[in-house]
Design a protein. Structure first.
Length: 277
């Protein structure tokens, strides 16, 4: 129904972590079906946070994988990709959240360049199956920015590095790309004691819209390294700010999930369904 694209002008600003955390929070708190996907190789991006199966070392098995981008693309190129078959090529993360694993392509192939040209058609079919499609479009690259055009909502992931902020808010070409989009800005690894606070940031760049601060959390970082983010969030999703790092982190993810649902129009739809409209 709606496509949410996560992107950053630079690497390492929380694009993947913000996507998987908000996707998990949405499916834990709302009765919606969500697809999470990315444009990197299998095992990278959001997959690094999940206890998914390890890639086999067998070359031919990888080529003829039955899930993920490669398998889905073979189906698409054969003209047989339909909404009824889409979920067969995904991996369930939970009852309401599916993952489309990344590519297992031959060495020397640019994954982003190879698959981005098929992205509009894949997203169109996915939107017929899921209430929300959440895509990690990576960072920096012009090819990745092209994917923003197919988004209903764009989540821009920044940090408190002033050079990064100046680059983003001063990018007139990007502003044109986003002028008709619903945009959510996050600031990852947020340090509330930094002079580059949310209020100062908004004042400096004359930015009038909400900015969501996602603070650093040691326990989340450890869960990511253990590939156990779903369990971490399930255990901490209801923590509030009085619970220190975990509580501040959980509160920020709840705020981000709510903002995504609102901008995608899903909270309004769910309320209407609850009333029997």
């Amino acid at each position: 129904m709606s496509t949410v694209v996560f992107w950053s002008p630079v690497n390492g600003r929380g694009t993947s972590s913000h996507l998987i955390l908000s996707a998990l929070m949405i499916t834990l708190t709302h009765h919606v079906r969500v697809l999470s996907m990315h444009m990197q190789r299998a095992g990278d991006s959001i997959e690094a946070a999940l206890p998914v199966r390890e890639d086999t070392m067998d070359h031919m098995t990888n080529i003829f994988a039955t899930t993920g981008w490669d398998a889905l693309l073979r189906l698409y190129l054969s003209g047989n990709l339909t909404r009824d078959k889409f979920r067969d090529y995904t991996v369930p993360v939970s009852r309401q959240l599916d993952l489309l694993p990344g590519a297992r392509v031959l060495n020397g192939v640019d994954v982003i360049e190879e698959y981005s040209k098929y992205m509009p058609s894949v997203l169109k079919t996915a939107s017929e199956v899921y209430d929300l499609v959440m895509l990690d479009a990576g960072n920096r690259d012009r090819m990745e920015r092209e994917v923003l055009k197919d988004a209903d909502v764009v989540v821009i992931n920044l940090d408190q590095n002033l050079r990064v902020l100046e680059h983003y808010f001063g990018d007139t070409e990007l502003k044109k790309d986003l002028e008709n989009k619903k945009v959510i800005v996050t600031v990852g690894q947020y340090d509330a004691d930094s002079h580059c606070s949310i209020n100062n940031m908004k004042r400096r760049f004359n930015y009038k819209h909400p900015v969501i601060a996602v603070p650093y959390c040691t326990e989340f970082k450890d869960a990511w390294n253990r590939r156990d983010v779903p369990s971490y969030l399930q255990q901490n999703m209801n923590q509030d700010k009085k619970n220190g790092q975990r509580g501040e982190h959980a509160s920020s993810i709840r705020e981000l999930a709510k903002c995504i649902m609102d901008n995608a129009g899903l909270r309004t739809i769910l309320k209407q369904l609850e009333r029997g409209a």
